[in-house]
Design a protein around this ligand. Structure first.
Ligand code: TYD
Ligand code: MG
Length: 460
């Protein structure tokens, strides 16, 4: 009987599978991402291994909730206040954390610092598939971290890493990076989605059975996805992303998934000559310093997690061609298109024939809708060539009907701005403070046209 070799096509973006090749992945919508894989060589043995692992973990009898003992997660401090904050109050024993980010943003730096810190109190193994042991040593010297008790290993093979782990029994394991790891279970090349998935699955299985807290580093593609292994996001407990402009000093670490804590906290770091330093009071770091107010700039207060952050939004509106461009950095482009439509329909300000560029200063990404009003005011300011006054800020969500909706915890935002010396604010009606805030004049508005009229009347 001749054995038929069956092949399967796997999307390199999301890991979706299909028996036939197709130009567009039906799962994630990406083009040209299908790679052919051999079922008999790679998929079949993995499936049995996965199944075996599944049966192992499900062999426990089902319990009612009341029978389960209430054990708090054991958390240890990483010795790094900002990282503890994003993790939801420290590292949970046995949890698996994926740290994603652009190349050069500081993933290896942060994890080497954290590994060294943790090695004071527990056994830590730092595995690098990208750098040699000597390179790690040089980096550690530069970072001036504790070196006596930190174990390092330059290795790519998952099987031999796990063998070393069995011998060393580390409490914390760092894998830098998952894209460089190769598992014998998979026949595909390193960095491909099936290889990354197999390697990660093997490491996660080890982490869960041994109770080893594990950090996996993942590179991000220029589209902002974790290269290939978006599937990893489902496999791990916590997903952290490093944000920030690699050319500027400040970096943010944001949790986008956390089985053990809130996901809205951010950690703020400054990249120095001696590694990443936590910034405990970050409210003013994303403001650029203009000596005089300039057109096209408006400051907003965002509230990420528990700390307010003042961020400058810059807009440039300039004569475009027949198909004008809309570009945004750090803000959603679709949201920008919506705001321009609202501005046109409800305030009569048209940018149809203009290129519109907006940017959140410092490489920070803003996802909360409270940025809308600041974006609109920066755009109108650039369009009219009139600067907003010194010490001005605005926030509020803009709706499709032209209404301005309140932002959560408005008082806190205003108080922080006043503390930093801001003197004029335009905010949604419902966010107007009941008691005056010293040094801050607050204008409350309900509609977009009202806000634009107010700016014209009071400040131009
Ligand atoms: P790195 O941690 O290697 O980035 P990743 O692992 O995310 O790819 O960070 C590298 C950048 O950080 C590099 O451009 C140099 C800079 N850097 C410092 O500014 N100070 C330092 O102490 C270190 C170690 C790196
Ligand atoms: Mg690195």
């Amino acid at each position: 009987m001749s054995q038929k070799v069956k092949s399967v096509f796997v999307c390199s973006q999301c890991g979706g599978q299909s028996p036939k090749w197709s130009g567009k992945c039906p799962d994630c919508g990406e083009w040209n991402t299908f790679e052919e894989q051999n079922r008999t060589t790679s998929a079949a043995p993995n499936q049995t291994a996965e199944k075996a692992a599944k049966y192992q973990t499900t062999s426990v009898a089902a319990q009612t909730l009341s029978e389960i003992s209430e054990m708090q997660d054991v958390r240890v401090s990483t010795g790094n206040e900002e990282l503890d904050r994003v993790l939801g109050g420290g590292l949970v024993e046995g949890s698996v954390i994926l740290l994603g980010g652009d190349p050069g943003v500081g993933k290896s730096t942060l994890l080497l610092q954290v590994a060294a810190q943790l090695s004071e109190n527990c056994r830590v193994l730092y595995v690098s598939g990208e750098e040699s042991a000597r390179q790690i040593k040089m980096r550690a010297n530069r970072l001036d971290v504790r070196q006596e008790s930190l174990y390092v290993l330059a290795e790519n093979s998952v099987e031999s890493i796990l063998a070393k782990c069995e011998a060393l029994q580390p409490d914390v394991l760092v894998i830098d990076s998952i894209q460089t790891m190769v598992s014998e279970e998979s026949a595909s090349a390193p960095g491909t989605v099936s290889q990354v998935r197999q390697s990660a699955a093997a490491i996660i299985r080890y982490a869960k059975t041994s109770g080893t807290s594990t950090f996996l580093v993942g590179h991000v593609t220029k589209e902002g996805n974790l290269a290939g292994p978006r599937v990893l996001e489902h496999m791990v407990d916590t997903v952290l992303y490093f944000e920030g402009d690699t050319h500027s000093t400040h970096r943010l670490v944001r949790a986008i998934k956390n089985r053990f804590g809130a996901v809205n906290e951010i950690g703020v770091f400054a990249m120095t000559e001696r590694g990443l330093k936590g910034v405990s009071n970050p409210s003013a770091i994303f403001l650029s310093q203009h000596s005089q107010p300039v057109p096209g700039s408006c400051v907003l207060v965002t509230l990420e997690g528990t700390r307010p952050l003042l961020v400058e939004i810059q807009a440039l509106v300039d004569g475009g061609g027949p198909s004008p461009r809309r570009l945004s950095v750090g803000l959603e482009r679709d949201r920008l298109a919506m705001l321009l439509a609202v501005l046109h329909r409800h305030a009569g300000v048209a940018c149809m024939d203009q290129d519109v560029f907006v940017n959140a200063v410092g490489g920070v990404r803003i996802s909360e809708p409270a940025a809308d009003l600041a974006v609109l005011l920066a755009i109108t300011s650039s369009l009219r060539g009139k600067a907003l006054p010194k010490g001005f800020l605005a926030f509020g969500e803009v709706g499709l009907a032209g209404e301005i909706r309140p932002a959560p915890r408005g008082q806190e935002r205003l108080k922080e701005a006043a503390k930093l010396g801001f003197s004029v604010a335009v905010v949604p009606r419902a966010n107007a403070p009941k008691k005056p805030i010293e040094g801050l004049t607050v204008h409350a508005v309900e509609r977009v046209d009202e806000a634009i009229d107010l700016i014209r009347r009071e400040f131009e």
